[in-house]
Write a protein that binds this ligand. Structure first.
Ligand code: MTE
Ligand code: HPA
Ligand code: MOS
Length: 807
């Protein structure tokens, strides 16, 4: 595994052979019991009583734990502790945790759960954003950003758009459902093995629930079978339930959800509802954007405020907007508490401005990729005279940056927008102009099947928006045979973080990969960690690993120089397990470590990194929340059937900016996987609840994630070259979430195809010229039903336009 070179995933062999261990694969500790969580049967109301006698009477049942059995503080939550771990009165969602049945086997627990007598008082639930707004059912405070004068700019705009947009939730559908194993130790200690992105959060929540010190609790993560944000805050509940039972019964307890329970009990991507007004010049430059966004937080706060913030931070996507007014609010509904999901509100924010961009291109008759290009941050290609400044008085301090179109709505300076370059390279390499013309020609002669080509640029802010979370640690232990144990604060969920950390450690110490063992993430190795999230796992932990390794290497350097007789310690090189002076003598890293031990030189070190220079004032809506931005662009080609509304993705071209990639093969996997996951959200995954708040789509038979057959037939991914990023470890960039948003290009592609049904879906040449300037109406997710409705609507409006022109 060499830095910047393609390499396999560090667990690849374990994944395919089955040797890689997940929580449920760990050896069963003696006396293991199983815990089965039981959820609320109703979406809204009160829990009156839980009769547990009949359940407890079943042989093999050891306990039925309720809120009253919690020794500590029955409240958890990642930002605000607003959730009871087990319901203690009000019920807010179907599946909200009410009890934990603990028994010898899952079968016994299931039988016992049937015998629980849960009596409730039911009230009508709030199940939509509209109903929540009507009932003033909000979570947290609004977040606003403002600049210039939107009304004045709209009044003078050549094109004004009014819009409304809905985007739906998304289940994480990680292969491994939520799982935890708690094992009691001596001295009131407890070891918790959990499939979590956030071991420190489980440690602190368990300590509060059990009323003990955090030092009594060790949380370990072997690896996850996927997290995607769904295990940032919501692995905690099940791990802490296992801990509660293990403490109560003094036996090891495992809690592992099946797919249906997991989908019913855990939160999802936030559905959003947005309204906007936008103004454009006749040549397609945006002059004003007013947006109200509402995020459906579900029943508790969880991470909703941070997700809402990130949605606002991405309402601009890649574009300079002179006049703007953004306002975001989160609503409380009676569904599972919605949570982090790859992109963390960013995708939902970007959808809004992309809708405006697509519609403006359709209405103004400008190529949609070209219209987007004209709006990128950075000096206007047409020169300073073309720059649109905000209306009204301007702050002298920021005027030069405004003239260069460099200020985001939150006043962060975009000093290196890489999109003009990405745009030019992608469109050239993917042969955009010729293919667009070809598709229009194809559509003109094909009445029932249409094709479309859609373009999408992205700019995604890298850092936790809550600045204090941007810190990480590492602990490196070197043994006297030259082998190394590498501990860092990040968790492995398939994204390849451990592989990258291994490559950094190997590079820094100059040892080969087989000499290094990445240890399971554990709170007793690196304390007080942030979640592995916000795509920042490798930036933050990588820097900490680099610092720890460099410290050990520098401690060893003078001794190394002495051993090989180097004239100057600075000339000693560490590489491939060898320690040498170029052209001079050498020894091995193993020899060096033995000698260091004999000289009593310490062979372990910690590393600690905190991202410098990030601040944000939420009240003012201003600051520098992001250390830097990741950029990318995608071009998606689709084919749509006018008979069924089904579509296929024929070809995807992506050019993505990962800086100087730490491991290009891993990054490529992240780009492909992120795109496909975004495609699922936008085209096939649809969550349906009944009127009483029961999730009806709680398994793969009714909830359709993309399968192999849905992958693009021709998938071309390229990494931007010569793109090293300043002040990030080895010039790399975060990659985990940004590519998901590249999938928004599928909507642009579908719109292009649907427009084809208006322009030439009718019969004659007369039709094609006349039925133009019509915007497709397309609901999200773009399922076959939604696409077919969009096609029918387009055909109807095109016909009406022709008839009225003829009259
Ligand atoms: N890739 C895989 N294979 N599995 C995952 O669960 N999670 C995504 C992304 N890529 C995920 C993934 C999410 S939501 C984030 S925030 C990042 O990985 C987290 O890891 P990183 O910070 O190391 O990139
Ligand atoms: N991204 C992802 N997860 C988070 C964030 C964020 O900005 N803030 C808190 N958790
Ligand atoms: Mo990722 S949604 O930040 O876990």
């Amino acid at each position: 595994m060499t830095l910047h070179q393609p390499s396999h995933h560090e667990s690849a062999h374990g994944h395919v052979s089955g040797a890689a261990r997940y929580v449920d694969d760990l050896p069963r500790p003696p006396g293991l019991l199983v815990g089965l969580p039981v959820g609320s049967p109703i979406a809204c109301g009160r829990l009156l009583a839980v009769g547990r006698a009949a359940a407890l009477a079943l042989p093999g049942v050891h306990a039925v734990l309720l809120a009253s059995d919690i020794p500590g503080h029955n409240r958890i939550g990642p930002i605000v502790h607003d959730e009871p771990l087990l319901a203690d009165g009000p019920l807010h969602a179907v599946g909200q945790l009410v009890a934990l049945v603990v028994g010898e086997s899952l079968a016994v627990c299931r039988a016992a759960a049937q015998k629980l007598e849960i009596s409730v008082e039911e009230a009508p639930p709030i199940l939509s954003i509209a109903d929540a707004i009507a009932a003033s059912s909000y979570l947290g405070t609004p977040h606003r950003m403002r600049r210039g004068d939107v009304e004045a700019a709209l009044a003078s705009a050549a094109l004004r758009l009014d819009g409304e947009l809905r985007s739906g939730g998304q289940d994480h559908f990680y292969l491994e459902t939520q799982a935890a194993l708690a094992i009691p130790g001596e001295d009131g200690s407890l070891e918790i093995q959990s499939s979590t992105q956030h071991p420190s959060e489980i440690q602190s929540a368990a300590a509060e629930i059990l009323a003990c010190d955090r030092s009594r609790i060790v949380v370990q993560v072997p690896r996850m079978g996927g997290g995607f944000g769904g295990k940032e805050s919501q692995a905690t509940h099940f791990a802490v339930l296992a801990a509660l039972a293990a403490r109560a019964l003094a036996r090891p307890v495992k809690v592992w959800l099946n797919r249906d329970q997991d989908m019913q009990m855990t939160g999802k991507r936030h559905p959003f509802w947005s309204r906007y007004r936008a103004g454009f010049t006749a040549d397609g430059r945006i002059t004003a954007l007013e947006v109200f966004i509402f995020a459906d937080g579900g029943w508790s706060i969880d991470l909703t405020p941070a997700i809402l913030d990130r949605a606002l931070f991405h309402l601009d996507n890649s574009y300079y907007i002179p006049n703007l007014a953004f306002e975001g609010r989160a609503v409380r509904t009676n569904t599972a508490s919605n949570t982090a999901f790859r992109g963390f509100g960013g995708p939902q924010g970007m959808l809004v401005i992309e809708d405006a961009m697509s519609r403006a291109a359709e209405r103004l008759g400008i190529d949609p990729a070209e219209l987007r290009r004209r709006n990128y941050y950075g000096p206007d290609a047409e020169g300073a005279a073309a720059v649109i400044l905000p209306e009204g008085p301007l702050e002298p301090a920021v005027l030069p940056l405004l003239r260069q179109r460099r200020l985001t709505p939150y006043y962060q300076d975009i000093d290196d927008c890489r999109l003009p370059r990405i745009h030019a390279e992608l469109l050239r390499d993917a042969d955009y102009a010729a293919r667009r013309a070809e598709i229009d020609a194809f559509n003109a002669r094909s009445p029932l099947v249409k094709r479309g080509l859609g373009f999408m640029p992205i700019k995604f802010g890298i850092s936790f928006t809550n600045s204090v979370l941007n810190q990480a640690g590492a602990l490196v232990l070197v043994y006297t045979d030259g082998s190394v144990q590498l501990n860092h604060g990040g968790t492995e969920m398939g994204q390849g973080l451990h592989s990258k950390m291994l490559a950094i450690c190997a590079h820094e110490l100059g040892v080969r990969e087989p000499q290094i063992r990445v240890m399971p993430t554990a709170t007793d190795k690196v304390p007080n960690t942030s979640a592995t999230a916000a795509s920042s796992g490798s930036d933050l932990n990588g820097a900490a690993v680099q610092l720890a390794c460099a410290e050990i290497r520098e401690r060893l350097r003078p001794l190394a120089a002495e051993l090989i007789g180097a004239s100057d310690p600075a000339r000693v090189c560490f590489a491939e397990g060898r320690v040498f002076e170029p052209g001079g003598r050498e020894t091995s890293f193993a020899e060096l470590t033995r000698a260091a031990w004999a000289r009593r030189i310490a062979l372990s070190a910690t590393g600690y990194y905190a991202t410098p220079g990030i601040v944000y004032d939420r009240e003012a809506g201003r600051g520098k929340p992001f250390h830097y931005f990741a950029y990318g662009a995608a071009l998606t080609e689709v084919e749509v059937s006018g008979l069924t509304g089904e579509h296929r993705v024929l070809r995807v071209d992506i050019l993505h900016d990962v800086g100087h990639s730490l491991l290009p093969s891993i990054d490529r996997g992240q780009i492909e996987g992120g795109y496909i996951q975004g495609l699922g959200w936008l085209t096939s995954e649809e969550l349906v609840w009944d009127r009483r708040g029961q999730l009806l789509t709680h398994g793969p038979s009714t909830y359709k994630i993309p399968a192999v057959g849905d992958a693009p037939e021709d998938f071309r991914v390229a990494l931007l070259t010569s793109a090293a990023q300043d002040s990030v470890v080895h010039g790399s960039k975060a990659v985990g979430e940004p590519p998901l948003m590249l999938a928004i290009s599928v909507i642009a592609a579908l719109r292009h195809a649907i427009a084809g049904f208006g322009a030439s879906g009718l019969t004659s040449g007369l039709a094609s010229g006349l039925a133009s300037g019509l915007e497709p109406h397309l609901a999200i997710p773009c399922t076959p039903e939604a696409i077919l409705r969009g096609i029918e609507d387009m055909r109807t409006r095109a016909r009406a336009q022709i008839i009225s022109a003829a009259e």
